[in-house]
Design a protein around this ligand. Structure first.
Ligand code: GLU
Length: 465
């Protein structure tokens, strides 16, 4: 049995978005589940739009997410090079063969002529197809016009029924009549996406191509290319699109955010991956999973063909789950500089332990650091009302108890209970309001240990006024 080889084949023309990451993730966990190889191939044949900076950032994003690749432009491998811009000699060989065997021919049509044809076909209600203008030029005619670089087209026989079984969508069938002869080498000499992508998957012995549903209609063309060349054909699986919570395609406004934006907002890689892996594959009630867990629960047959919905609420859920298990030093580094400036060294671990359940994004940490360590505490309207209702006598008693039983929260609160006769929320709410400025938040006993004793005194004193 050949071992499973999967790939992620991004074009470095922009930032990595959620849709691409999910594709990469499924390909990576499929390889992991089968003890295969997941490789990274950079599809940079569009020289005007491909930028080295995008290539670097997409690799940095994958690394940050914790999706490792076994072969790729940075680490090499037996099937390299892994950048299409460096693979021209591979493509040239196959162009020559297709042309020599009559399966491809040079096309001299200008873009303007082609556009005119397309418009006419559309007006006639037909799908735009190459009309075959250059398909039957004689060798003499071709030679006479040769000289400048021209496009190369694949000759597509009419009347073929092109079938394949999609790993996600099941049996697919296309008629070659709807395809028409298509460009495999552009007039500037660069390989067409369709061509380089199919050739490389085959040469790199990719066994399973997982990619977005937007590539489904490319597949029959790619099957034609590989079949004409007698090259091995991978299995293709086209993943559903990701839609926004409103059911519309992901827009900038909703989850079409880049990995960089999510990272900068403070989302943890584990949260992003756990959210994405469930957009198109069920994981039952499995909690937070690492890559191995995702691979263990993965089945190709479970990949859904219905569009998946990206919902920020779900992402936030996984962020909370990830925050709950992240070690405290990692969380400390994740917190913003404002927190680093406010929290004394010896309080760091206790601070993280106290506020962890109340964090979603790093800014939440800053809020609690200010609440604990600032000299000036702002009370919310509700907290102020509760403090006022408790009254000056209550806080005078609290001050007295603090002076005699300060130190430990438990003894303070027990003593205050005895002294005032209050209990439950009546006792805790005003103390929380006065000490933290809010009616809800981290466990009070933990905060108590962090708030400097002088601040506790000042805050209780403020309640007496
Ligand atoms: N470079 C293509 C893209 O980014 C790859 C498509 C594929 O995975 O086959 O859309």
């Amino acid at each position: 049995m050949t071992s499973v080889r999967t790939r992620f084949a991004p074009s470095p023309t922009g930032e990595l978005h959620l849709g691409n990451v999910r594709t990469a993730l499924y390909a990576a966990i499929l390889a992991r589940a089968e003890q295969g190889v997941f490789l990274l191939r950079i599809e940079d044949t569009d020289t005007t739009r491909s930028l080295a900076v995008h290539e670097a950032s997409l690799m940095a994003d994958l690394s940050w997410l914790g999706i490792p690749w076994g072969e790729g432009p940075d680490r090499g491998g037996p099937y390299g090079p892994y950048r299409q811009s460096e693979r021209a000699q591979h493509y040239a060989k196959f162009y020559a063969r297709l042309e020599a065997e009559g399966h491809a021919y040079p096309c001299f049509c200008t873009e303007a002529t082609l556009e005119r044809h397309r418009t006419l076909q559309r007006l006639a209600g037909r799908p735009p197809r190459y009309p075959g203008t250059c398909a039957h030029l004689s060798r003499a005619e071709t030679n006479a016009r040769q000289g400048t670089t021209v496009a190369l087209r694949l000759r597509v026989s009419p009347g073929l029924n092109l079938q394949f079984t999609d790993l996600v969508r099941g049996p697919q069938s296309f008629s070659s009549d709807d395809i028409g002869d298509f460009v495999i080498r552009r007039s500037d000499g660069s390989p067409a996406f369709m061509f380089a992508n199919a050739i490389d998957d085959s040469l790199m012995e990719v066994t399973h191509v997982l990619r977005g549903a937007d590539h489904l209609s490319n597949t029959p063309r790619q099957l034609l290319i590989l079949t004409l060349l007698g090259l091995p054909v991978p299995q293709y699986g086209h993943l559903s699109l990701i839609l926004g919570a409103d059911g519309a395609p992901l827009s900038k406004r909703e989850g079409a955010r880049s990995v960089r934006e999510l990272r900068e907002a403070g989302y943890l890689p584990e949260a992003v991956l756990n959210h994405l892996v469930r957009l198109g594959h069920p994981y039952g009630d499995a909690g937070l999973l690492n890559l191995d867990g995702m691979a263990a629960g993965f089945a190709l047959s479970e990949l859904g063909s219905a569009p998946a919905r990206h919902d920020e609420t779900a992402l936030r859920h996984w962020q909370r789950e990830a925050l709950a298990v992240t070690n405290w030093t990692t969380l400390w580094d994740w917190l913003p500089t404002e927190v680093h400036a406010l929290v004394p060294c010896h309080d760091r671990e206790a601070f993280v332990a106290a506020v962890r359940p109340n964090l979603l994004l790093p800014a939440d940490g800053a809020h609690w650091a200010r609440a604990i360590y600032s000299d000036e505490l702002d009370l919310t309207v509700e907290a102020r009302a509760v403090s006022t209702a408790a009254g000056g006598a209550f806080f005078r008693a609290a001050l007295e108890v603090f002076a005699s039983h300060g130190g430990e929260f438990k003894s303070f609160i027990n003593e205050l209970k005895k002294m005032t006769g209050m209990r439950g929320p009546e006792l805790f709410h005003p103390i929380r309001a006065a000490l933290t400025g809010a009616l809800a938040g981290p466990e009070l006993a933990r905060l108590w240990n962090l708030i400097p004793p002088d601040s506790i005194r000042q805050r209780l004193l403020a309640g007496t006024r």
